[in-house]
Design a protein around this ligand. Structure first.
Ligand SMILES: *Cc1c(COP(=O)(O)O)cnc(C)c1O
Length: 484
């Protein structure tokens, strides 16, 4: 018996053991599409065809399982390997993972699906948060129609306990949550939802899935139980294309099933593996290999994303008059801040404590402290991801666009989570396909900016944002190009 290593150690070593035959410290990329058999169905290493399974993909899946489900420093049979009983499935994109789960809801119980409306497949219900990722909304509401899937997009924050209980129907198979939501960075009451769901019969209750793409397992591990409560979710879904990749150069997605759910409802994994193989959205082993390399630096990247985002959200809220509605859940003044201490992973807490953060967070004044100091930053809140949204005060769509194109460092582009800062205007880009009344209800206005804060030098970012705001909506300083 030994213990699981801490997150950063596992991020580097799990699935990356030196090759026993050559000693290579980085595992070889396994590109074969098919595998020699020693007799009919006598497989050498458990692999027969690469869509169904591939050693490089297996390495990535075991790495993800470890990061999503193994608490640091707990006793395990083998410290180097995942011994949690959880399991991960990697897909060609986050959206392919979403499609597999949606399909699973409508799949018959005989095929290890959730059974759909009556157990025989077709239909079934998903209760989803109302501002889900645009592609998720598109898949659930439109692409999956022929499967009979029924989806309710629901404002869980507003509904309260009674409203949530009433919204769960006898054929509700899954509750789809995102944390934080996109683009508004709302934090749904996951603890409350989990308590409600766990009060229902365990073999028929809906499963809870959390799309945790925006935080990555560095900041948020809802499959790991804390304080004796059941885990907050049964499944985490992640677009690995974002923070896990970190360099805007890989599209991949994953699902991870919690050890507890695997134990109590083993058919969930069977059904999802069946679909991973049958639906064909398998990842390329080359992408899996690059992803394993990317995840090795997840810790160092995420802490820097978080610190830059905390400082920047504070700057935007207090140092310029040109923006409003600044949202960053880690900022002490943010309406979601109350949830953050309950939700932040033990691992992130440990690393932040080393940097001097105290838990529970005790508000302190930053008056008199040097602004360019860690001491000052510690008074602002808690680093919790790298995503910020804000509105440019009174700006038209053209002015918002001007702001984005005037920026010298952050790039105007969709997506997020890369080391480079990216900006986008949800109203005209990622969320443009939403109906006008939904945009209005969610307050996604043409002047709303979503900012994926990169890990560039903080002072360079602030200086650049300040000048772009001035050019777009400020009093106007004449700059080198001569325009006002
Ligand atoms: C990007 C994203 C997805 C979809 O993932 P892809 O890898 O682009 O298919 C799902 N959810 C969230 C929150 C995302 O940001």
């Amino acid at each position: 018996m030994s213990r699981h290593d801490h997150f950063s150690t596992r991020a580097i070593h799990i699935g990356s053991e030196p090759d026993p035959s050559t000693g290579a410290v980085v595992p070889s990329l396994s590109v074969a599409t098919t595998y020699k058999q020693n007799g009919i169905n006598k497989l050498l290493g458990g692999y027969d065809y690469s869509r169904s399974g591939n050693p490089t993909r297996t390495d990535l899946e075991s790495l993800l399982t470890s990061l999503e489900t193994c608490p640091s420093q707990t006793i395990a049979n083998d410290a180097r390997h995942d011994a949690s009983g959880g399991e991960s499935l990697v897909f060609a994109s986050g959206s392919a993972a979403t499609a597999a789960v949606a399909h699973w809801v409508t799949l018959s119980e005989k095929e290890c699906g959730a059974g759909g409306r009556d157990g025989n497949g077709h239909g079934g219900h998903i209760l989803a948060v109302n501002d889900v990722y645009g592609g998720t909304a598109r898949y659930l509401a439109r692409a999956s129609r022929p499967t009979g899937l029924d989806v309710t997009f629901f404002n869980m924050e507003k509904a309260g306990e009674k409203g949530i209980r009433e919204a769960i129907r006898p054929d509700t198979k899954l509750i789809w949550l995102e944390l934080p939501t996109n683009p508004l960075l709302l934090v749904p009451p996951v603890r409350l939802i989990s308590n409600i769901v766990h009060s229902l019969p365990s073999d028929t209750r809906p499963l809870i899935l959390i799309d945790s793409t925006f935080l990555s397992p560095y900041y948020f591990t809802p499959l790991i139980p804390s304080n004796g409560d059941p885990p907050l979710a049964d499944i985490t879904m992640s677009s690995l294309s974002k923070y896990s990749s970190g360099h805007s150069d890989i599209i991949l997605g994953s699902l991870t099933i919690s050890p507890l759910t695997n134990k109590v409802r083993p058919n969930v994994l069977k059904g999802l593996r069946f679909l991973q193989n049958s639906m064909g959205a398998s990842p390329s082993p080359r992408d899996c290999h690059l992803m394993i390399r990317s995840i090795k630096t997840l810790s160092v990247r995420m802490i820097r994303h978080g610190i830059n985002a905390l400082r920047l959200s504070h700057w935007l809220s207090t140092k310029t008059k040109l923006v409003e509605r600044v949202r960053y859940p880690g900022l002490e003044s943010d309406e979601a801040f109350g949830y953050v201490q309950d939700l932040i992973s033990k691992n992130a807490k440990k690393e932040l404590q080393f940097l001097g953060w105290k838990f529970p967070f005790a508000p302190k004044s930053y008056e008199g402290l040097e602004e360019d100091s860690l001491e000052y930053t510690r008074t602002l809140g808690i680093p919790f991801g790298g995503m910020i949204t804000f509105a440019i005060k009174g700006a038209t769509a053209e002015q918002a666009e001007k702001f984005c194109t005037e920026l010298r460092i952050p790039i105007l582009a969709e997506s997020l989570g890369g080391v480079e800062s990216l900006v986008e205007v949800p109203y005209g880009m990622t969320h443009a396909h939403l109906p006008q009344d939904t945009l209005k209800e969610l307050n996604i206005t043409p002047n709303l900016i979503r900012f994926s804060v990169g890990i560039e030098d903080y002072d360079d970012l602030v200086e650049d944002i300040e000048q772009a705001l001035e050019v777009a909506v400020g009093k106007g300083k004449v700059n080198g190009n001569g325009h006002v």
